[in-house]
Design a protein around this ligand. Structure first.
Ligand code: PLP
Length: 293
């Protein structure tokens, strides 16, 4: 039974990296990947320097299992400036990538047999992780490119799900939830007492004058939503493996339990590099030389 579930889990695009490198080496060609969301720009130079400085200053030890306090403070400012959200540093958990923040959401807030709603099309890991954890998955299609289908969602509520995942801007369509979608999400979450995962890792990839609104900016959603985000997609810092989960303490402390007993905390000097990346948003911006492929 256990084996069957693992055999059925689709691979993540990251697992193809070695194969891609082998093709590039053997064929002497460059593979342009559309399967993995990895920016082609280099990380900011101050992030690289901040990471090196941290090592030289002896930041070699474990950090707080919640993440470096200065970084958590800087993330509260970032959330305020980028999407108008008000959180305090004790509502921020710095994680090993956005991926681990999502994992901790599923493990921390649900028990095996609980159902969660996924909106198709979605990124592979939104299905893989709940499958691993023995959760039931309920699926509905978005209306193109990423709007909620009220009738289908209301139909799914009869199955009594405990949670729902939204990913705006959406990977893979790039679509955004609009105000009507957010109002519907708010009403469903309140009426059916759902936990909401709002994966906002691509928040800045918004085009054509459209506007990204975080679901957590609606008061009915804020208290039941975990926002996840990170440094991979916006800062080109995929290899740092730093992300964060944001939410009310009552929920977030459960995600913290998952982190403290598994990875302890993200890499300390990588967190300082991320702090420098955020500080650099207010100063001159320079890309580093490394990282371009
Ligand atoms: C929607 C979504 N969430 C999370 C992640 C993972 O990001 P991280 O590198 O921070 O773990 C990805 C990466 O492809 C993604 O597409």
């Amino acid at each position: 039974m256990f084996r069957d579930i693992f055999d059925a889990i689709p691979p993540s695009p990251v697992s193809l990296l070695e194969m891609v490198e082998k093709i590039e080496r053997e064929k002497g060609t460059r593979v342009v990947r559309f399967d993995v969301a990895e920016p082609m720009f280099a990380p900011p130079w101050n992030a690289v320097k901040g990471t090196m400085d941290a090592l030289l200053k002896g930041k070699h030890r474990y950090s707080s299992s919640w993440g470096v306090p200065e970084l958590r403070h800087a993330i509260t400012q970032y959330l305020k400036e980028t999407r108008g959200l008000d959180y305090t540093p004790d509502e921020i958990l710095v994680t090993t990538g956005g991926k681990f923040a999502n994992f901790a959401f599923f493990l921390g807030l649900f028990k095996p047999g609980d159902s969660v709603v996924l909106i198709k099309p979605y990124w592979t890991s939104f299905r893989a992780v709940p499958m691993m954890l023995g959760l039931k998955i309920l699926e509905t299609w978005a209306r193109d490119p990423y709007h909620l289908n009220e009738e289908d969602l209301k139909g799914l509520m009869k199955m009594r799900p405990r949670g729902i995942v939204v990913n705006t801007p959406n990977n893979p369509t790039g679509g955004l939830l609009d105000n009507g979608d957010l109002k519907l999400l708010n009403d469903l979450a309140e009426d059916y007492d759902l936990y909401v995962l709002s994966d906002e890792i691509d928040w800045a990839y918004v085009y054509d004058g459209r506007r990204f609104v975080s679901p957590a900016s609606l008061s009915g959603l804020r208290e039941r939503t975990i926002v996840t985000d990170g440094f991979s997609k916006i800062f080109g810092m995929t290899g740092w493996r730093v992300g964060f989960a944001v939410g009310p303490q009552e929920l977030l402390r459960r995600l913290h339990v998952v982190q403290e007993h598994t990875v302890s905390a993200p890499t300390t000097f990588a967190q300082y590099g991320c702090l420098s990346a955020l500080e650099g948003l207010h100063g001159p911006h320079q890309h580093g030389r490394e990282g371009m492929r």
